[in-house]
Design a protein around this ligand. Sequence first.
Ligand SMILES: O=P(O)(O)OC[C@H]1O[C@H](OP(=O)(O)OP(=O)(O)O)[C@H](O)[C@@H]1O
Ligand SMILES: Nc1nc2[nH]cnc2c(=O)[nH]1
Length: 179
Amino acid sequence: MADITVHDKRFSVYLSEATLQERIQELAAAINTDYAGQKVYFLAILNGSFMFAADFFKYLTIESEICFIKLVSYKGLKSTGDVTTAIGLEEDLHGKNVVILEDIIDTGKTLHFFLPQLRHQQPSSLKIVALLHKAEMTRYEVPIDYTGFVIPNKFVVGYGLDYDGLGRNYKDIYQLAEG
Ligand SMILES: O=P(O)(O)OC[C@H]1O[C@H](OP(=O)(O)OP(=O)(O)O)[C@H](O)[C@@H]1O
Ligand SMILES: Nc1nc2[nH]cnc2c(=O)[nH]1
């Protein structure tokens, strides 16, 4: 498949549409099995996860609700580190089975600082589904329960993921090309 150019950089296909869809079906099947007979409240983290969440959601057969939230980090609070708040989270999560949907976990920072806020609401369970995990880059502890693909430390775009705002519209995932 042909390379693409996003801004000034060239990217090559890394995970094809078919490969992604097959794995997403498997992830959804695992959730359908693990939560059989239960209701799940999915939290998709914007912007990157919008395409993954939409496809994943279609494969669910259990009772499912979904909410899309945006995380905003405040930096410079030396004693406590970054404080992350969620825009769009209106529901009380107390007593619910909550499953987070992330497109990618890289350093782990985003979710690491957000999880305590969710735990504070005392959901009955809290799990994480990550389509991509740059495992060798993860410095902050994040308990990932379901992983689509463990990927190397190369910048990826497509299928919701952007490079400086562009590239989210592709059906495949592309990796920064060599040279
Ligand atoms: O594990 P980390 O190093 O924290 O990186 C992961 C985060 O980075 C991406 O979001 P980004 O901040 O690029 O925002 P976007 O989804 O709106 O593009 C991705 O969607 C994750 O939320
Ligand atoms: N688009 C994109 N966003 C990221 N956020 C953290 N890692 C990545 C990456 O490799 N690509």
